[in-house]
Write a protein that binds this ligand. Structure first.
Ligand code: ARG
Length: 317
């Protein structure tokens, strides 16, 4: 028999007294025997051959930060969360939330486990080098070690707090704490600029329900770098320009004429590889979002026309 099942589980909001543990006489202190069990359990876990997410993410630093904490209303301890994982090294996950507040009080251990399990978010912390490179090569993730940002002291505590959200289609992403707090990106291969823009607007509308973006009457949306002020919109295409790659002076001249910014294949401060450039609108301020995209579009049309003429000339020779 085929028995489809869909389960929804929820942490019930039980009356407070049902959560109160008898042994905890003092409201917010972790009893010494609990601390002892925690320390012992943590030591044993280090030695054992466990593949649990708990072992993976509960670093000594996190453990020390959390071991003395209790949840404000229910007085749950770290031990209440991880006892099962400590006692069962063959756990896949190894953690439970004994009450609803545990997710915030012990977020330092819950969050990385939630992210690791559900895969919604890719934090830079703990990301494997191969994975990081694959995401950078696919133009999804920002590269590391930007000397300009470093000297602006914008890379302190790197990679803590940095990461990216990527949708399943890999065509909508949000960079977190690279140069700005958020950078919302829509992209795809091919020439359908309308589809890319539409997805950006849909995503941005959703995000702005939860996030409030800093905006100034005179300067528009506020960004770390003044170059991005205004609409903060940068519309770019990656395109091969074989003839202009050989004539940088002409490329610069056309870029100036059409208000374009020319970047290398891997973005700003990189070289073009095999004649592939990242071309975008230079101005983000003093025009509407639509006009910013149009500006880029008109400019790349001119570059394409130029390339076609050069290719035709070469054929005639
Ligand atoms: N600070 C660098 C410069 O002055 C980059 C400026 C624009 N780029 C940026 N990602 N904000 O050349």
């Amino acid at each position: 028999m085929f028995l489809p099942k869909i389960h929804i589980r929820q942490l019930r909001c039980l009356p407070k007294q049902l959560f109160l543990r008898q042994f905890c006489k003092c409201a917010s202190q972790v009893p010494p025997e609990v601390l002892e069990e925690l320390e012992q359990g943590f030591e044993d876990m280090k030695e054992c051959d466990s593949k649990s997410l708990l072992k993976k993410h509960l670093t000594k630093e996190r453990f020390d930060k959390l071991k003395d904490k209790t949840t404000p209303t229910y007085n749950s301890t770290l031990l209440d969360c991880i006892r099962s994982g400590l006692k069962n090294p063959d756990s896949g996950v190894g953690i439970y939330a004994p009450d609803p507040e545990a997710y915030s009080t012990f977020s330092d251990i819950f969050d990385p486990i939630i992210e690791d399990y559900h895969g919604t978010y890719f934090p830079l912390c703990g990301m494997e080098k191969d994975k990081q490179q694959e995401l950078i090569d696919s133009h999804l993730l920002f590269k590391e070690g930007d000397r300009f940002l470093k000297d602006a002291k914008a890379t302190r505590y790197w990679p803590t707090g940095r990461g990216i959200y990527i949708n399943d289609n890999r065509n909508f992403l949000v960079w977190v704490n690279e140069e700005d707090h958020v950078r919302i990106i829509s992209m795809e291969k091919g020439g359908n600029l309308g589809a890319v823009y539409e997805r950006l607007i849909l995503g941005e509308n959703q995000l702005s329900k939860q996030l409030e973006f800093s905006r100034d009457k005179r300067l528009g949306y506020l960004t770390f770098c003044p170059t991005n002020l205004g609409t903060s919109l940068r519309a770019s295409v990656h395109m091969r320009l074989p003839s202009l790659a050989d004539d940088k002076a002409k490329l610069d001249k056309m870029a100036a004429k059409y208000n374009l910014q020319v970047r290398g294949t891997r973005g700003e401060h990189t070289d073009a590889e095999d004649g592939v450039y990242d071309i975008s609108n230079k101005r983000r301020m003093g025009l509407t979002e639509y006009e910013a995209i149009q500006e880029m579009y008109k400019g790349i049309r001119a570059l394409i026309d130029h390339e076609c003429q050069e290719a035709a000339k070469a054929c005639k020779k």
